[in-house]
Design a binder for this molecule. Structure first.
Ligand code: ATP
Length: 303
């Protein structure tokens, strides 16, 4: 095993609508699509598409979405031994309403994701110990995230913590115990209460985290690129100029690809450059997991 993603999976239920119904109103809508998502699953798929051996510790419900999610992970070669069904619970679902101007309204029902527990981390210990990297987000309960960080620390396995969606309740002690803390700009703003409108402001905000004991802060900045801040250095990789069609899941694309290349080489800057290319390719296509490229496409793009 190369990478363990301990986190969420969701099923996106995407309704393409002409307009939102008012209270008590029933309207027809032109189209509907089901997609596999969830930050954890997206990151796992991104790394697996590049060839990493990925395991996923996650929970699904006992509904018709459960097998769909498991089959989807397995389609990409992801190890699902610790993808567990929870009786009497729905899977995580995200009803999404997209209007003709491509504006989204999204609801998230975490369902089985809320049942992923610290015991589930320890239950997967034997296989987790074989991994070279643990990848975490915040769509599962915080105590589970904390246990996973501790587990990584106990076994000398580096930990990536993507604080998404941002939570003010995140215990800073555990942020400091992660090896790479990877927020986007708005998560950085929420977590630091500082402005993040310019690169300079982002650097200053990230530096406050470093001063409080975080080892590596990597801020994804959308079309502006990505900034890596440590105690001694600040490095920025610019985004590729591309025609962005759908940026959903770009952050997950970045993290999954960064994880893959970091495990392969241990070279952080190189992994950031590859992940910037991977994420750029992903925003040029509609969809989330289905928009993620493979290894050859990334290498070709960078030639
Ligand atoms: P999401 O929540 O949609 O998954 P995010 O806000 O977490 O995304 P971003 O910072 O928007 O993440 O994007 C992650 C990375 O994707 C960026 O650092 C950049 O490399 C790439 N990216 C995003 N948007 C664009 C764009 N318009 N053009 C080129 N690259 C982009």
């Amino acid at each position: 095993m190369d990478i363990a993603v301990i986190g969420s999976n969701m099923v996106d239920l995407i309704s393409y609508i002409d307009k939102m119904p008012k209270e008590g109103e029933t309207l027809e809508a032109p189209d509907f699509e089901i997609g596999c998502g969830g930050k954890g699953a997206n990151q796992a798929v991104a790394a697996a598409k590049l060839g990493s051996n990925v395991m996923m510790v996650t929970k699904v419900g006992d509904d018709l979405f459960a097998d769909n999610t498991i089959n989807n992970l397995e389609k990409y070669g992801i190890d699902t031994e610790f993808t567990v069904k929870v009786p009497g619970t729905s899977s995580g679902v995200a009803p999404i309403f997209v209007d003709p101007e491509s504006k989204n309204r999204i609801l998230i029902i975490k369902g089985a994701n809320q049942h992923l527990s610290p015991e589930d981390v320890d239950g997967a210990a034997e296989k987790l110990k074989q991994c070279s990297l643990i990848v975490l987000q915040l769509e599962v309960p915080l105590p589970t995230v904390y246990r996973a960080i501790e587990f990584g620390n106990e076994h000398g396995i580096p930990v990536i913590l993507n604080p998404a969606p941002a939570s003010k309740e995140l215990d800073f002690e555990y942020v400091c115990k992660s090896d790479f803390f990877i927020p986007n700009e708005s998560e950085l703003e929420i977590l630091t209460d500082m402005p993040v409108d310019t690169d300079d402001q982002i650097r200053v905000a990230a530096m406050t985290l470093i001063e409080r004991g975080v080892k590596n802060v990597i801020v994804t900045m959308g079309s502006r690129g990505v900034m890596w801040v440590t105690k001694d250095d600040v490095q920025t990789v610019a985004s590729h100029k591309v025609d962005a069609i759908d940026t959903t899941g770009a952050g997950d694309a970045f993290i999954g690809c960064f994880s893959h290349y970091f495990v392969q080489s241990g070279d952080v800057l190189e992994a950031m450059k590859k992940a910037t290319a991977f994420a750029a390719l992903s925003v040029m296509k509609r969809g989330t997991q289905t928009s993620y490229p493979g290894l050859e496409e990334v290498e070709e793009f960078l030639k």
